[in-house]
Design a protein around this ligand. Structure first.
Ligand code: NAD
Length: 302
């Protein structure tokens, strides 16, 4: 079902531009507030090279918009008890509004256990059991995971209707695919979509994808998705990030092939990645607003 040759390439959904708008809004709110600036603590265990890059990017993005950011860089060999002590100190520090524990953690530390030590009110990655439970319950008093939240924000910004649509998400991880499948299907979050959550054991991936009005790829497999996976004019969101041998970046979608078939598509870089960082900053602002009882816009929740 290739599109007619005269049809134009897909329209690009510019996550970098949208993230910049969101950051400016947050910066304006912080600069006009009559309480202290929000503070974000980033906990990094060990020296995982990609994590170091991500942590620096988050620190830079936070400082740029007037957030107070502290990096707590801990030894690779820290014991669970020592790490718990650090997290509990963050919980008790009233000058801290938000904190994240950069993943992945070294293999002797259980990520789920560590994430649950964090005060859910400060869990700005939205990955603690309580915040994930609130997501499932449609309870807006929690904090939502940043990548799914950023993807919903992109869809809203580009006025992509999800109600009654077929959405296929490839990848069922706790940080992307699974929470996103709940957000997009839940009535409380306004998604109302019919969601297929595909994963490495799914049969006939091409069939599952080519039915979708909205295809979201978070498999972590470079250029997995080509034009034959895409329904003509579908919306394609690419979550994957891969560094190629020539040091350029690509996503889970073969962009050159997919853009001939899709109606709208996010690029890599410049799509979901910047929105994930923007949503982290927004969650931090939200935690800070709740701490000081400041007015909250619905858009800041989702
Ligand atoms: P993960 O490895 O935890 O999960 C991958 C999921 O994809 C699994 O559920 C697996 O079953 C499924 N999968 C893998 N290969 C598949 C295949 N061939 N067919 C069908 N399903 C398949 O990954 P993750 O942490 O969710 O990340 C996924 C990708 O998104 C990675 O490239 C990661 O770097 C990227 N990522 C980007 C952002 C961002 O902000 N842009 C945020 C998080 C993750």
């Amino acid at each position: 079902m290739k599109r007619d040759r005269v049809m134009a390439d897909a329209r690009i959904m510019n996550g970098r531009e949208l993230a910049s708008i969101v950051r400016k809004q947050i910066k304006a709110v912080i600069s006009q507030a009559n309480v202290r600036a929000p503070k974000l603590v980033v906990v990094l265990v060990g020296n995982h090279p990609a994590s170091l890059t991500y942590v620096k990017a988050k620190e830079r993005a936070g400082l740029e918009i007037g957030l107070n950011v502290e990096l707590v860089h801990l030894s690779e060999n820290i014991t669970p008890i020592e790490l718990k002590r650090v997290i509990l100190a963050i919980n008790h520090d009233s000058s801290v509004d938000g904190a994240i524990i950069q993943l992945p953690l070294p293999s002797h530390l259980q990520a789920n256990e560590c994430l649950n030590w964090l005060d859910p009110k400060k869990d700005v990655d939205g990955l603690s059991a309580l915040n994930l439970g609130k997501l499932v319950n449609g309870d807006a008093s929690g904090l939502l995971p940043c990548t799914p939240k950023g993807i919903v924000r992109i869809l809203k910004h580009y006025q992509i209707e999800t109600k009654g649509k077929l959405v296929t998400i490839i990848g069922r991880s706790t940080i992307v695919g699974r929470p996103l499948s709940i957000l997009l299907s839940h009535s409380a979050w306004g998604g109302h979509a019919t969601v297929t959550l595909a994963h490495s054991h799914s049969a006939d991936l091409i069939h599952l994808c080519s039915q979708a009005d909205i295809l979201i790829c978070a498999a972590g497999s470079a250029k997995l998705i080509r034009s034959e996976f895409i329904k003509p004019n579908a919306t394609v969101i690419d979550v994957g990030i891969h560094k190629l041998a020539d040091n350029t970046l690509c996503g889970d979608v073969d962009f050159a092939s997919a853009k001939e078939q899709a109606g709208l598509i996010t690029p890599v870089p410049g799509g979901v990645g910047p929105m994930t960082v923007a949503m982290l900053l927004q969650n931090c602002m939200l935690a800070w607003k709740r701490h000081f009882g400041l007015a909250i816009d619905d858009e800041e929740i989702l």
